[in-house]
Design a protein around this ligand. Sequence first.
Ligand code: ADP
Ligand code: MG
Length: 224
Amino acid sequence: MYQLSGVGKTYAQKNKKVTALAGVDLEIPTGQLVAIQGPTGGGKSTLLQMLGALDRPTSGSVVLGDRDIAELGDGALTEIRASEIGFVFQSFNLIPTLTARENVETAFAGSLARSSRDEITRSATAALESVGLGERLEHLPAELSGGQQQRVAIARALVKNPKVLLADEPTGALDEGTRDEIISIIEGQWKDRGLTVVIVTHDSWVARRAERRLHIKNGQVRDI
Ligand code: ADP
Ligand code: MG
């Protein structure tokens, strides 16, 4: 699914240059469930941004499928993000004035021409049912628990059937019981959909549930 070769990323901070990724070589096969751990500032989020086509590397190549993200224009990156990748974050990023179903439907913004209103509603409903929220379709985020809100965010990330799910600290804002529930939901979706999943986490319990664990520190990645 991914082939990273010599990936470097530097940021300009005031007058100095910060190296966030330092020559990362990494292959992630299709269908793998990978956890990424490491200290704050180590480069976890930067790596996830590269995998998510949110940004291009400063050097090296990030091949997703058969395309090198480093060489694509903004339009192509937007298209890849919209069609191939689902994102989940620590803060659920739901729109408070929209119901669970409407929040999931926002994934189709910009592609209304390609899907009818009814299709979108059907897809959103099915995605929420697949994360166990079939009974909460018309609830607002404030009427849902943290775990339920994160499940809505997972449904929104997956409703367009992406190939890849990228999660940055998806359980970071949740208590332990809810953490287990969210990881089980992600694992279930991974198995059902044959997704490639990358989870950044500080939590060793979460990391141990993955097939593969990576550690990233000073912009360098190794398997553990
Ligand atoms: P982590 O997610 O592991 O905490 P990050 O990938 O966020 O690490 O950051 C790695 C390094 O890159 C840090 O030194 C951070 O300050 C720097 N960095 C990350 N994003 C930016 C940015 N947009 N601008 C400048 N520096 C950044
Ligand atoms: Mg981070």
